[in-house]
Design a protein around this ligand. Structure first.
Ligand code: FCB
Length: 447
């Protein structure tokens, strides 16, 4: 067994998102978000769950910060809820909402934990959805208005910003398959949703620079490596298509100022109008890329199967409880492709983790060895990518504690801490203890 040591200033963190943990989404003058509405619509969420209480982090954040401190967590990727700050999405500011994030940031800094703040992790104000949400090009200005308020209020203490979380999932799950809020199934809208998010991202980056704030700003993209099921020309072309849809649709405009040509070809008349200057705005340089990675995908050509004529080919075990293939190599590939195809920007892994259904035993121990192995193997793959030159500077594990896993509700557990939702008791799982150990050694063993 060898200890794989990470670079000296490597950031060891955990990640969460506002709607998944905070609870009390309407407290203290906050407005409803699309996730509040979506989860309160019967049939949308497994078990009829919603985020009304979640982990009650809105009230229990001091305890959660103390927990992170006890594990030695150095960086905390959190998101702010737009609806707490601007209940109608724009215009009137709700000071109580801003105060909450102020207190949270203060408490993190006091605990010696560096905040990495994501401005949009899917909880769009409902009033903006009523005006078309991400299908409306005006979203770029509305998002920038909100982002600027956050920069003004927090940038004296927050030096790390992430504009959007996973715009591809917002497009695909939210607007093509309808499993996420706002529950649309409209491929014509989907590409406008992608484009408007990208413009909003670029505009907010420009506003950040113009504000003169110290610090760095980036975006969190989920990278989803695509492989062809066979070597046939058709399958290879299929993997190029799905790669363009999931990955390059976002990576290319941000880093190269252009959309992948294939995407234009197949979406044809569904392609959005691209204003003059949009691509310049989208490709405004960022300081780092946040990589969210869970699993790769193997695809085969299948005529007529969706707009991409593709079929996912299920791979042999191992999988997590969500059926996601466990492939640390996929993480290695994703990091290396950013390195070799996009100029090796500074990167953080802003999410990576695994869903397993684990609970405390009679001694109160949560022996989540499968999660521990997943995290260890992915960190080893990240280490290998760094050794091969990838500019990776930190790892934010998804996630600090079990929480509201979107359409799966509370039945799917990704945490390194167990949450008992009847008592709100937190119990650090074995993986969490192991992670604390890895942090203290700044490394992981290779097996
Ligand atoms: C990502 C989301 C995150 C969480 C994980 C499991 O797509 O960004 O909120 O749900 O998946």
């Amino acid at each position: 067994m060898t200890l794989l040591t990470f670079p000296k200033n490597f950031v060891w963190g955990t990640a969460t998102a506002s709607y998944q943990i905070e609870g009390y989404p309407l407290a203290d003058g906050a407005g409803p978000s699309i996730w509040h509405r979506f989860s309160h619509t019967p049939g949308n969420i497994r078990g009829g769950h919603n985020g009304d209480l979640a982990c009650e982090h809105y009230r229990r954040y001091p305890e959660d910060i103390a927990l992170m401190k006890s594990l030695g967590i150095q960086g905390y990727r959190m998101s702010t809820a737009w609806t707490r700050v601007l209940p109608e999405g724009r215009g009137r500011i709700n000071e109580a909402g801003l105060d909450f994030y102020d207190r949270l940031v203060e408490a993190l800094l006091e605990a010696g934990i560096t905040p990495y703040v994501t401005l949009y992790h899917w909880d769009l104000p409902s009033d903006l959805q009523d005006m078309g949400g991400w299908t409306n090009p005006a979203m770029a200005d509305w998002f920038t208005e909100y982002a600027s308020i956050m920069f003004t209020r927090l940038s004296d203490r927050v030096n790390n910003w992430i504009t959007l979380n996973e715009p591809s999932v917002v497009m695909d799950r939210g607007h093509v398959f309808g499993q996420h809020a706002p529950g649309m199934r409209d491929i014509w809208a989907a590409l406008r949703v992608a484009h408007n998010q990208l413009v909003a991202h670029g505009r907010a980056v420009r506003a950040f620079r113009a504000s003169g704030a110290d610090g760095e700003i980036g975006i969190a993209l989920n990278l989803h490596p695509q492989h062809a099921a066979t070597n046939s020309e058709e399958d290879r072309a299929c993997a190029i298509r799905t790669d363009a849809y999931y990955n390059r649709l976002f990576m290319d405009p941000i880093f190269k100022g252009e959309y992948p040509a294939e995407a234009l070809d197949w979406f044809g008349e569904a392609w959005p109008n691209i204003g003059p200057g949009d691509l310049d705005e989208i490709s405004t340089p960022i300081d780092f890329l946040g990589v969210n990675y869970y699993f790769p995908q193997v695809v085969a050509h299948k005529a007529g199967q969706g707009a991409l004529h593709s079929e996912v080919v299920r791979q042999p075990a191992p999988h997590t409880d969500l059926g996601w293939q466990i492939s640390p190599e996929g993480l290695y590939d994703a990091l290396r492709s950013v390195q070799t195809e996009y100029g090796n920007p500074k990167m953080f892994i802003t999410e990576n983790g695994a869903a397993f259904d684990d609970y405390p035993d009679s001694d109160g121990v949560v022996a989540d060895d499968a999660r521990l192995d997943y995290i260890r193997a992915h960190l080893a793959a990240a280490h290998r990518a760094i050794s091969d030159g990838a500019n990776l500077q930190g790892y934010f594990l998804w996630t600090l504690m079990d929480n509201f896993e979107w359409a799966y509700g509370y039945d799917v557990r990704f945490g390194i801490t167990n949450v008992d939702y009847t008592t709100q008791k937190r119990t650090v799982k074995r993986s969490g203890q192991w992670y604390a150990d890895a942090i203290s050694r700044n490394g992981v063993t290779d097996a």
